[in-house]
Design a protein around this ligand. Structure first.
Ligand SMILES: [Zn+2]
Ligand SMILES: [Zn+2]
Length: 281
């Protein structure tokens, strides 16, 4: 029987995939490390890929695609969206559609990561259900972007290349065993870490912190969360001035995503950086 669209529909694929990554990270990887060990190369590769794929989400999926906070040439956009695809967070089209809906309907039934339903729902529980509100209306602008549509079409091949890359580099560095170690840390472990980094913004940044820019919704500023989310912890500022390319507006706010966008601008790879907050420079 075909499920109706009036109720949330459980998505077993997402649930099984998520459980597999969690099991690999908290059981498989420590066991492998205990018996075979990880090399410094594996740890460095994992850290570099954590940064690259995390920034693919914050700079690419979030600030570029969802909020149009700056513009860049198509080849730069394609590179950033490939890095974002490696994070296993759906295509930029789907991610952006969900995120635009989050800003439009924050704390309401239609908010995909509605924090009023509790920590686990807003953190990762929402992923396991297709809601009746998941309409295409929030994707209309995104569907006009050929690079976004290209990335959507090739999303799964992109995900696979993000797992193959550390494996191939590991084999090159230290043979087959080196490949397995690099795949586990540079592929699965960093995926788990970046996923939780993003989840934290949807959960804790709507629960913990201050609201210096407005109390219109549950969004909060937390400098501490910025350290694990590439600068996205200033979430109250972000909800108030969503199109600003900065999430931490002051120069001393820890916001590496803003610094990357600014650096791209310095080298001519980005333009029209938007600042919406009239009170800070
Ligand atoms: Zn939010
Ligand atoms: Zn946003």
């Amino acid at each position: 029987m075909v499920a109706t669209t009036t109720e949330d529909v459980f998505v077993p694929f997402n649930f099984v995939l998520f459980c597999a990554i969690v099991a690999a990270t908290i059981i498989g990887i420590p066991l492998y490390g205990y018996y075979y060990g990880f090399s410094l190369f594996d740890w460095i590769l994992s850290f570099v890929m954590y940064i690259v794929t995390g920034m693919g989400i914050t700079v690419g999926y979030h600030r570029l695609v969802s909020h149009q906070s700056f513009e860049c040439p198509n080849w730069v956009k394609a590179c950033i969206l490939v890095a974002g695809g490696w994070a296993l967070q759906n295509s930029a089209l789907k991610w952006g559609g969900d995120h635009i809906r989050h800003h439009a309907k924050t704390d309401q039934e239609e908010d995909p990561y509605n924090v009023t339903k509790g920590f686990w729902h807003s953190h990762c529980g929402w992923l396991f259900y297709n809601t009746p509100h998941r309409t295409e209306k929030y994707e209309i602008r995104l569907r006009r972007d050929p690079i976004v549509m290209w990335q959507h079409r090739y999303y799964w091949p992109i995900v696979v290349t993000g797992l193959l890359l550390p494996f191939v580099l590991g084999v090159w560095h230290d043979g087959w065993q080196g490949g397995i170690g690099a795949f586990l840390l540079g592929g699965l472990f960093r995926m788990f870490m970046v996923l939780n980094s993003t989840f934290t913004i949807n959960s804790l940044c709507h629960m913990v912190g201050t609201q210096p820019h407005g109390t219109q919704d549950s969004s909060r500023d937390s400098w501490l969360i910025s350290f694990v989310s590439f600068g996205e912890g200033y979430h109250n500022f972000h909800h108030t001035y969503a199109r600003d390319f900065r999430n931490g507006p002051k120069w001393y706010n820890f916001d590496p995503s803003k610094w990357i966008i600014y650096t791209l601008w310095l080298f001519g790879f980005a333009r029209n950086l938007r600042r919406n907050d009239p009170t800070v420079g």
